[in-house]
Design a protein. Structure first.
Length: 133
């Protein structure tokens, strides 16, 4: 296994057509890229024991965290502490592209979900569970 993972994250994120793609999973954190289509959203959720940091690469949208709303665009970063209800909505005409770091991991290592529906189904069926060491 390589001792270092190196990617140009904005380029990799912009080239991915998938709703969610896990790029790297470690013991304590996980790196995921997401592409939210125009009019789409991540979907309101709460990660009880997981912090999340989202960095926006391109597009425009709206962040909602614990009832507070803010506009987001390229270069913005939003922190979602564990236990907070949140959602991110694409309000623009182009895909809203971002990368996010979960701590600890939230999704199955190597997971690729082409659409939100596919992602939701994988979560509901238990096929999107993070590694347990």
């Amino acid at each position: 296994m390589a001792s270092m993972t190196h990617v140009t994250i904005a380029t990799v994120a912009e080239q991915s057509p998938d709703f969610r793609r896990v790029l790297w999973t470690g013991k304590n954190t996980q790196l995921v890229i997401m592409t939210i289509p125009p009019g789409g959203e991540i979907g309101e959720e709460v990660h009880e024991d997981t912090d999340q940091i989202l960095t926006f690469v391109s597009g425009t949208g709206e962040a909602m965290v614990s009832g507070e709303k803010r506009k987001v665009a390229q270069g913005d970063l939003v922190v979602v502490p564990a236990g907070r209800k949140h959602n991110f909505v694409n309000t623009g005409d182009n895909p809203l592209i971002l990368y996010t770091v979960y701590g600890p991991p939230e999704h199955a290592d190597g997971a690729v979900h082409r659409t939100r529906e596919e992602a939701d189904e994988a979560e509901e069926s238990g096929r999107d569970e993070p590694p347990t060491e």
